[in-house]
Design a protein around this ligand. Structure first.
Ligand code: TRP
Length: 333
């Protein structure tokens, strides 16, 4: 990709719970890097996507507030990288309706990410139309702001491919409205959870959250799974649990795993866990400090500003879209 300063990207998250270290290495750090390089980022909090596979909405609002605090605490500056809530931009609903006409049912049916989610949630015979439609809604999230690229993890790639296909079809059938956004896949170290077995994830209960206090971090690390060996070596293949603890250590300190392992020559898991807890807390302290400075009022202001910016961009896009589909006729009502 040609790195021009003013390039725009859009990415985002579902407000399903607190962000953790896996999110940090997998996407947040990259967003902060992009911001510092001068890219124009926009972050969507995709609240409608939460209800695609569950109908409990009690915690969505609270999760949105926490998510904004997570973003700001790691260094996202909402002045440079506006943050907005999907449901508060009605232009997205309009665009979703229009884009659904240039999307075919088989295009969604073969989407591997949707298939996997349906399987994981056991929704085979009871998938909602909203769930089926969400890739179209995500295409609208992206195309409304006409980004140059979309930085995402591997699992999101099918959605961005679909977005490109939808944009191309719209442009061909109606008029050249949408630039075709590039997919930028993250190439990041895989951080496993405290079980050393699976990806760090909220639902697996193996995560260290960015919002965990120091005591919680120490006690989670103490309970992390280790093997029956006792020496500390970095060997992800054969010794995944201890290697993953070293990877967390590396993430927190910016040193290499092999280097850190040398420090623990002749020491045991207890030592490693104690020092890892300390290192993580040193890493998380500035994040906690920034978080403590963000009030609920600040969050509201951040979201109001972000939403207003996106609605202004979106109004421009929707005007072009209505012109393209010839729905801009003089109103008779
Ligand atoms: N589907 C994304 C996720 O589950 C969230 C999302 C919604 C998104 N709209 C987006 C990501 C647009 C990138 C671009 O994490």
């Amino acid at each position: 990709m040609n790195e021009t300063k003013s390039k725009r990207y859009l990415t985002g998250d579902r407000p399903t719970g607190p962000l953790h270290l896996g999110h940090y290495v997998g996407s947040l750090k990259n967003r902060v890097d992009l911001q510092n390089k001068g890219f124009e980022g926009i972050i969507i909090i995709a609240d409608y996507q939460v209800v695609t596979d569950r109908l409990e909405t009690d915690e969505v609002e609270q999760n949105i507030f926490q998510l904004v605090k997570d973003y700001v605490s790691v260094g996202i500056d909402p002045e440079k990288t506006p943050i907005f809530v999907q449901s508060h931009v009605p232009e997205l609903a309009e665009l979703t309706t229009i884009l659904s006409m240039v999307t075919t049912v088989p295009q969604i049916e073969r989407n591997p990410t949707v298939k996997e989610e349906v399987r994981a949630m056991g929704l085979e015979s009871k998938m909602s139309v909203g769930m089926f439609m969400y890739p179209v809604s995500q295409a609208a999230d992206i195309l409304l702001v006409k980004p140059d690229f979309v930085p995402v993890g591997e699992d999101q790639a099918p959605h961005i491919e679909l977005t490109r296909d939808i944009a191309n079809r719209f442009n061909r059938v109606f008029d050249e409205v949408f630039p075709i956004p590039e997919i930028v896949l993250g190439d990041y170290p895989r951080l496993l959870g405290l079980d050393g077995d699976q990806k760090m994830s909220k639902s697996r209960g193996n995560a260290i959250n960015l919002s965990d206090d120091a005591e919680t971090v120490v006690s989670k690390v103490k309970k992390a799974t280790t093997d029956s060996h006792s020496d500390i070596v970095f060997d992800p293949e054969n010794r995944p649990e201890v290697s993953n603890l070293l990877s967390m250590f590396a993430m927190a300190t910016g040193r290499s795993e092999v280097d850190i392992a040398k420090d623990f020559d002749g020491k045991g898991y207890g030592d490693l866990k104690r020092e890892l807890g300390d290192a993580l807390n040193v890493f998380l302290d500035p994040i906690r400090e920034r978080r403590a400075q963000v009030s609920d009022e600040d969050v509201k202001r951040i979201l109001q500003d972000g939403t207003a910016k996106v609605r202004a961009i979106g109004a421009g896009t929707m005007k072009e879209v209505r012109d393209a589909i010839k729905f801009a006729y003089p109103r008779i009502f």
